[in-house]
Design a binder for this molecule. Structure first.
Ligand SMILES: Cc1cc2nc3c(=O)[nH]c(=O)nc-3n(C[C@H](O)[C@H](O)[C@H](O)COP(=O)(O)OP(=O)(O)OC[C@H]3O[C@@H](n4cnc5c(N)ncnc54)[C@H](O)[C@@H]3O)c2cc1C
Length: 405
C-alpha cells in the first residue's frame, strides 16, 4: 500500500499511467513545462458519502496526491452519529488495529482510548469481569462534533487539500461509493448522555432482552452511550431498551444524566464478492455490505475496505487481503452469530464465564479465528436466514444471491 501511494505521487502526465477509472484534471503543480510533459499531476476523484469509509478513502487518496471531492448528502460530514462512544475493535486479528491503520497509510494519532476492562452481564443476573493486557478494543467518539474519529479524518483531509461538499446529492459519475447502509438487516437504538458516572464498559448478553444481539453501556470522562442492537432482526427495540436499562441500573445504581441525543439506526450486512462493480466504481463500508455479523461492528472493516479500495484505485488491488481481511472474517462472523443464537441463555452465560477465565483479547482472537465449523455454520445460516423480500444490497452482494440461489 505504501509503495502504491508512493507510486501515485510520482504519476506522470501521460494518460496511460493513470489508474483505470481516475480522471486527469491536468492540474499541473510542479516542475511542468507548458505542455505538461514530465509534470506531476493530481488526478481527480469524486466520492459519494462523507461518513467513516468515505472520509477514510478520501484521506488516503488526498495523501496520495489525488484531487479529492467528497459529496455528502447531509449538511455535515460524519453526521450519522451524535458524538457517542463506539469501539474500534482490536480482538479479531492479532495485529493491533492502530498499527494496521498506520500501515495502510493513515496518520498516527487516531483519537482513541484503549479499553482493557469490561463487565459482561449474562441472562441470570451474573457479572463477569473481563480484562486483557493489550487493549481488546479502543473507545472512539463518532459524529460530526469535536474529538470524534470523523472530525479527525475530516481535518486531516482538508489539510491534505481534499474538500467535502455538503448538503448535495453527488454527481452520477463518482468513483467511490461510501453511502452507508442500503437496507435494514439489523437495528440499533442509542442514547448519548452526559453524567458523573465513573468510567465503565458493560455489555449484556441476554436473549430474553435482545434475541439476536446485545445491549451496552459505555461511559468515559462523563460522556456515556447506552444502546441495544439486534444485529439480525428489525423488531422494535423500545421494550429491549427498557429491560436493558433496568439491568444496567441494577449494576450501577441510580445516577442522574442529561440526554444529548436519542435515536434509532439501521445497519446492513452482506458479503461482497468484490469492492469494484462492473462500471468500475469502488464500494466501501456499509454501502458494500461490509460489517461484522456477530456484534454489528463496522468501523475497522469500513477503514480496511477504504484502504483496499484505494489500493485498487491506485492500480494495486490486493485480492488476498480482500479475501483474508474482509470476506473470511465476515463469513466467520456469520457462523459465530449462528452459534450465539443457538447457544441460548445458558450457553451465552457459559461463554461469558469462559471469557472472564483468561486474557479477554486472547479469548476474542480464539473465538474469531476462521474455522471449518464456523464456515459450515455460516453456510447453514445463509440458507436458513435467506432474504425473501428481495435484495437491495446492490451488485456486489454475495449474501442474498447465495441465499436466493
Ligand atoms: C447505533 C450503532 C452503533 C454502532 N457501534 C459500533 C461500534 O461500537 N463499533 C463498530 O465497529 N461499529 C459500530 N457500528 C457500525 C459502524 O458505525 C458502521 O459500520 C460505520 O459507521 C460504517 O461507515 P460507513 O462510512 O460505511 O457509513 P456511514 O457512517 O453511515 O456514512 C455514510 C455517509 O453517506 C451519506 N450518504 C448516504 N446516502 C448518500 C447519498 N446518496 N449521497 C451522498 N451522501 C450520502 C450519509 O449521510 C453518511 O454521512 C454501529 C452502528 C450503529 C448503527
Amino acid at each position: 500500500m505504501r509503495g502504491a501511494i508512493a507510486a501515485a505521487l510520482e504519476l506522470r502526465f501521460e494518460g496511460s499511467t493513470l489508474p483505470a477509472g481516475v480522471k486527469a484534471v491536468g492540474a499541473v503543480r510542479s516542475g511542468a513545462g507548458r505542455d505538461g510533459y514530465n509534470a506531476r499531476v493530481h488526478p481527480a476523484v469524486a466520492l459519494a458519502g462523507g461518513g467513516l469509509s468515505g472520509l477514510s478513502s478520501a484521506l488516503l487518496l488526498a495523501r496520495a496526491g489525488f484531487d479529492v471531492t467528497v459529496y455528502e448528502r447531509k449538511p455535515v460530514a460524519g453526521g450519522r452519529f451524535a458524538g457517542g462512544w463506539q469501539i474500534l475493535e482490536n480482538g479479531s486479528s492479532p495485529a493491533d488495529v492502530l498499527e494496521e491503520l498506520a500501515a495502510a497509510g493513515f496518520p498516527r494519532g487516531v483519537p482513541v482510548h484503549p479499553l482493557h476492562r469490561a463487565v459482561l452481564l449474562d441472562g441470570f443476573g451474573r457479572r463477569f469481569e473481563v480484562a486483557s493486557q493489550r487493549p481488546f478494543a479502543y473507545f472512539v467518539r463518532r459524529g460530526a462534533g469535536e474529538h470524534t474519529l470523523d472530525s479527525w479524518l475530516l481535518g486531516l483531509l482538508e489539510q491534505a487539500g481534499g474538500r467535502v461538499v455538503r448538503g448535495v446529492e453527488p454527481p452520477t459519475d463518482v468513483q467511490v461509493v461510501a453511502t452507508g447502509p442500503r437496507q435494514a438487516d439489523g437495528v440499533a437504538r442509542e442514547v448519548v448522555f452526559t453524567s458523573r458516572l465513573a468510567d465503565t464498559a458493560l455489555v449484556l448478553f441476554d436473549p430474553a432482552v435482545t434475541p439476536t444481539g446485545y445491549a451496552y453501556l459505555f461511559s468515559l470522562g462523563g460522556h456515556g452511550t447506552f444502546g441495544v442492537a439486534q444485529v439480525r432482526r428489525t423488531a422494535s427495540l423500545r421494550a429491549a431498551q427498557k429491560l436493558a436499562w433496568r439491568r444496567f441500573r441494577d449494576v450501577l445504581g441510580e445516577f442522574p444524566l442529561e440526554v444529548v441525543h436519542e435515536g434509532g439506526q439501521y445497519m446492513n450486512f452482506s458479503i461482497p464478492t468484490a469492492l469494484q462493480d462492473g462500471a468500475g466504481r469502488w464500494w466501501v463500508g456499509e454501502a458494500a455490505g461490509v460489517q461484522d455479523y456477530l456484534f454489528g461492528l463496522g468501523n475497522r472493516l469500513a477503514m480496511r475496505s477504504a484502504a483496499l479500495a484505494v489500493g485498487g484505485l491506485l492500480g494495486q488491488w490486493d485480492g488476498a487481503a480482500f479475501e483474508n481481511g474482509l470476506q473470511r472474517p465476515m463469513a466467520t462472523s456469520v457462523g459465530l452469530r449462528c452459534l450465539f443464537e443457538a447457544l441460548g441463555r445458558r450457553g451465552l452465560a457459559a461463554l461469558c464465564r469462559a471469557a472472564a477465565g483468561g486474557d479477554f483479547r486472547d479469548f476474542l482472537l480464539r473465538l474469531q479465528r476462521p474455522r471449518l465449523a464456523t464456515t459450515l455454520l455460516a453456510t447453514v445460516a445463509r440458507w436458513v436466514w435467506r432474504e425473501r423480500r428481495g435484495c437491495r444490497h446492490g451488485a456486489l452482494c454475495q449474501w442474498c444471491r447465495r441465499r436466493e440461489g
